[in-house]
Design a protein around this ligand. Structure first.
Ligand code: KIV
Length: 286
């Protein structure tokens, strides 16, 4: 019997990693097997990001994603994880409406298997919600900089924190998130110097996406690094594989082989024994 126990990554581990200057790794995952491979590769955290709206559900933005969608994918991912810290996104308007609604929705994600929830923004209203969630026993990750759920009010995919004043504003928001109990903050799409300034002035770790090397950790969308995503890939993504081409080639080969009766061949088929086969040959059904 294998009695080896795996020590899970927790919010506390994140803090220790920042304090020790050790980089935190995070990737998105949306399904069981991908989550399992990410976990086995030693990645510290998986994010069931509402980016699943685009990567899995085929929407143009994250706005259409519901709590029910997030619950389904969080359950699938959490079944594949033994070590990594599981973070699930609170989707558009599942928070930011009332403290009660936020707590109920966050609770559903935790009950689906997440160890923490992530929410975008830092208005006074949201900060109050963060405090309430933490007081209710729910770990919270903040998300600042480019915040995809606000795409309509931002007006497009613009880099944030491009000036000292804007970066200072982001730092103030980050500090408030920290004060209200968030244990980490995702910083999305900003100059590396701005992310460095924010990261160095916070006690809690920052996880960057398109925010340069000075963040305490990094997160990317799994479909982007595998080269699976059908849409445009942002500048900050490094593609480590070309799964799209591998999938297209495999599927096209399968299609051709079935149409030309190459597949299934004898290697992939079951056969009767000689004596049973003979019975078929001599039997005539009237
Ligand atoms: O939804 C998501 O995948 C995210 C990452 C981009 C951080 O929030």
């Amino acid at each position: 019997m294998n009695t080896e126990r795996i020590k899970p990554v927790t919010a506390r581990t994140f803090q220790q990693m920042k304090d020790n200057g050790e980089k935190i790794t995070m990737l998105t995952a949306y399904d069981f097997s991908t989550a399992k491979y990410i976990d086995e590769a030693g990645v510290d955290s998986v994010l069931i990001g509402d980016s699943l709206g685009m990567t899995v559900l085929g929407y143009d933005t994250t706005i259409n994603v519901t709590v029910e969608d997030m619950i389904t994918f969080t359950k699938a991912v959490s079944r594949g994880i033994k070590r990594a810290l599981i973070v699930a996104d609170l989707p558009f308007l599942s928070f930011n409406v009332s403290k009660e609604q936020t707590t109920i929705n966050a609770g559903k994600l935790i009950q689906a298997g997440a160890n923490a929830v992530k929410l975008e923004g830092a208005s006074d209203f949201i900060l109050d919600e963060v405090k309430h969630l933490v007081n209710s026993g729910i770990n919270v990750v903040g998300h600042l900089g480019f915040t995809p759920q606000y795409i309509n009010t931002i007006g497009g995919y613009y880099i944030q924190g491009k000036s000292y004043e804007n970066t200072l504003k982001l730092l103030k928001q980050a500090k408030k998130l920290e004060e209200n109990g968030a244990f980490a903050i995702v910083l999305e799409m900003m100059p590396e110097e701005s992310a460095k300034y924010i990261s160095e002035n916070l006690l809690i770790p920052t996880i960057g996406i398109g925010a340069g090397k000075y963040c305490d950790g990094q997160v990317l969308v799994i479909d982007d690094i595998l080269g699976k995503y059908w849409g445009n890939t942002p500048k900050f993504v490094k593609q480590y594989a070309n799964i799209k081409e591998i999938m297209k080639n495999a599927v096209s080969q399968y299609n051709t082989e079935v149409k030309n009766i190459i597949f299934p061949d004898s290697e992939h088929s079951f056969r009767l024994t000689e004596s049973e086969r003979e019975k078929f040959e001599y039997s005539i059904i009237k």
